[in-house]
Design a protein around this ligand. Structure first.
Ligand code: PLP
Length: 380
């Protein structure tokens, strides 16, 4: 069976060039980058050249790029250090954030009951009212961190980083944005945006799994949540994952070099999917702003099917189509995700099945046709 993969928001296939880059580093260099001899220094230079390349692609200084094991770790490092080291007393966020943000905030709240957490309201389109954010920022003199993701991983809603950043900085709040779904897919200028922290994950832009980035503006001194040998300028101890770092740098380079072309191709595919779904599935709805091409990520299309089927992704998999009913961490789960529950009215929740179609430039219109055909078959 020729399998179809439409779950690129969970993870993407690696670029062939990335595999080649990693393989050559694995074969040729094995010294510990902290060792002062030439074997170690060869690996150290691979790390530092990768850091320079990533900094230039994201328009920031090399010392603002911290390598971690994944974006989950980056979010943990940033949120925990903001509270413990930068003495943040209040966090403003929404219920639409990824679990690596929400669960970290819940854990911090449990450990520090005096930490104030404010969840901004979101409407049925998953939109955050920035006037409410502005009022909340003006109301309190507590040291505040605003944590709002750039592109939502379930339905693709985008926020305006410049606008939110300006609001935060005018009101002396720190700003963190989980950019896992956008770095490598949209141009990001970390130097220019009024933002303090961002994070990325290589496996979302055709790089390897198990490697992530925390972007930290150089004026902030966050202590490591993993202590030890003081690697990563004391932000993250542990021997560096040299192969994955080199692979991530190459993957980001290719993603950004080909960004415009890939974006055009995938945007066309998303439009095609919207048309085909509307034509073939009566009463299909598009979640939040998912079908609004100017306000959502071109890689993600989330639909609400007009029936209840908790086994849908399993049944599609049996037909050769791999796709997610929620975010990757919820893949096997049959419940609605937290984000969907927050935007779909309660009275509707028992009558719909969400499906997240997430594309990469490796997908074709044939993949969309096969999905629509399979959905129609499963509906009868
Ligand atoms: N943040 C968002 C928005 C994500 O989509 C994901 C992964 O699905 C993560 C964080 C976690 O990334 P990682 O797999 O690198 O831990």
């Amino acid at each position: 069976m020729n399998r179809i993969y439409l779950d690129n928001a969970s993870s993407t296939p690696m670029y062939e060039e990335v595999i080649q880059e990693m393989t050559s580093v694995m074969k040729d260099t094995y010294g510990n980058p902290s060792s002062t001899h030439s074997f170690g220094q060869k690996n150290k230079s691979i790390i530092e050249n990768s850091r320079k390349k990533i900094a230039s692609l994201l328009h920031c200084s090399s010392n603002e790029v911290i390598f971690t094991s994944c974006a989950t770790e980056s979010n943990n490092l940033i949120l925990r250090s903001c509270v413990y080291d930068l003495k943040v007393e209040r966090i403003i966020t929404t219920q639409l954030e990824h679990k690596s943000v929400l669960e970290t905030i819940y854990d911090l709240q449990q450990k520090l009951p005096e930490l104030e957490i404010l969840f901004l309201p979101v409407d049925s389109r998953g939109t955050i009212n920035l006037n409410v954010l502005q009022k909340e920022l003006q109301l309190s003199s507590k040291k505040t961190l605003v944590s709002l993701m750039h592109g939502n991983n379930e339905f693709g809603n985008l926020i305006d980083l410049m606008k939110v950043g300006e609001l935060c900085h005018e009101n002396k709040a720190l700003f963190h944005s989980d950019a896992v779904q956008t770095i490598g897919h949209l141009p990001i200028n970390f130097g220019e945006i009024p933002i303090d922290f961002m994070c990325a994950s290589a496996h979302k832009f055709h790089g390897p799994k198990g490697i992530g980035i925390a972007l930290i503006k150089s004026k902030h001194h966050l202590k490591s949540t993993i202590t030890g040998g003081g690697q990563e300028n004391n932000h993250r101890s542990g021997t560096e994952n040299v192969y994955a770092i080199a692979g991530m740098a190459r993957a980001l380079e290719l993603s950004i070099q080909n960004l415009d072309e890939n974006r055009r191709k995938v945007e066309q595919l998303k439009k095609y999917a919207i048309d085909q779904l509307e034509e073939s599935i009566p009463n299909v709805q598009f979640t939040a702003q998912s079908s609004d091409l100017s306000n959502s990520l071109y890689t993600i299309l989330n639909i609400l099917l007009p029936f209840k089927n908790n086994m849908l992704s399993f049944q599609l998999d049996m037909k050769g189509i791999s796709i997610s009913q929620g975010s990757a961490c919820n893949s096997g789960a049959v419940k609605l995700s937290n984000a969907i529950k927050n935007i779909v009215p309660k009275s509707e929740q028992n009558k719909i099945t969400p499906l997240r179609i997430s594309f990469s430039s490796f997908n074709t219109t044939k993949d969309v046709d096969s999905l629509v055909f399979a959905l129609v078959e499963l509906m009868v």
